[in-house]
Ligand binder design. Sequence first.
Ligand SMILES: [Zn+2]
Length: 275
Amino acid sequence: MPELPEVETTRRGIATVMPGRTLRRVLIHEARLRWPIPLDLPQQIQGEKVIACDRRGKYLLIRFVPGTLILHLGMSGSLRRVPMDEALRKHDHVEFLFDDARFLLHDPRRFGAVLWHPANAGPVGDHPLLAHLGAEPFGPDFTPETLHQGLKQHRQAIKQVLLGGHVVVGVGNIYASESLFQAGIDPRTRADRLSRPRCERLYNAVRLTLTQALESGGSTLRDYVNAQGTPGAYFTLHAAVYDHAGDPCPRCATPIRRIVQGQRATYFCPHCQKR
Ligand SMILES: [Zn+2]
């Protein structure tokens, strides 16, 4: 599944091309994504200039004067720049055509989304899909203190609270295991029982883990045009515990354990990570 680092890498890619260009045509080849693509979308944005390419959580926000296009890549989607004359492949559902640039939304499992938020409906951050998202991990609202306060509201295991995205967005399954290992926190610890100093360690670990993923993503997916839908795989290569069940802990050599929390695999060192 594309995680925050992959979505951010895509955003950085499109942000070098789209802003300042006029979107000439939108071709919808398959409207049945997670929600149907609005049929009047082309009328809303054809002929409009892109102002900015932003991101909120795993949603790409392409801003125009009359409103914002909200894109989600779902489980397996990608947004790629392709040559003007390249033939469509199977699962290329939407085309965005500029005078000298062409983008294809490719989504084999069709869990992605293409939605339109008109400017007269208010700030896009108030959209129902965005309004309840947690803090951006690199935004000003995410601090050791806000993490501590946010976690106090949750009694579930810290791993699941991180994955839930209500306190902080972008800490997907791989990054949750890695961050908790870096911070020395047992993934089964109740979120509301984490002390302020441990929250600070977790805060630093989350930011470090996502930064490393972005840096490796930035080089591996440097040309996001060629992002081939194997997100996360590149980061697994550098993971200390994720997908390393039975291997020695890189710090203490205790075998890494795998458990299942909320139907998702969690990896941790039973010696280094404390409750
Ligand atoms: Zn260890």
